[in-house]
Ligand binder design. Structure first.
Ligand code: FES
Length: 126
């Protein structure tokens, strides 16, 4: 699969994210993301709470992405189901390719730290 303008990275093998499970990793070695595998679909989100930036975790019994700091919860589409957060999670395009989970992001999207890292890397090249 090709997504024009996007950079695609493989973040894990699919066996790290069993059905109903989630896996925390970093996108391009920097951006914390959480990959969930629900209803036969793999989805990826920035693993940072939109309330005050705490790292997010996974509740496997509720199938919710939860924040331990003030109790916000997000569903498997990244939407808020419990505040105080009011904004949804940043979502990335994700898919499985040859047993690997591929996540796509925009290299020039300055709202992600992965993109900032890439821009820094470009600026030091001659
Ligand atoms: Fe997540 Fe406050 S930082 S609920």
């Amino acid at each position: 699969m090709r997504l024009r303008g996007f950079k695609v990275v493989h973040v894990a093998t699919i066996d790290k994210v069993p059905p109903g499970g989630a896996y925390r990793t970093k996108l391009a070695g920097e951006e914390p993301i959480i990959v969930v595998n629900v209803n036969g679909e793999v989805r990826a989100f920035e693993a940072v709470c939109t309330h005050e930036g705490c790292p997010l975790g996974w509740n496997p019994t509720q199938h919710l992405i939860r924040c331990p700091c003030h109790g916000s919860a997000f569903d498997t589409r990244g939407e808020v189901v419990n505040g105080p957060a009011i904004l949804p999670l940043k979502a990335y395009a994700a898919y499985v390719e040859d047993g690997l989970i591929a996540v796509a992001y925009l290299p020039n999207d300055t709202t992600t730290s992965a993109s900032k890292s890439e821009l820094r890397a470009r600026s030091i090249r001659p």
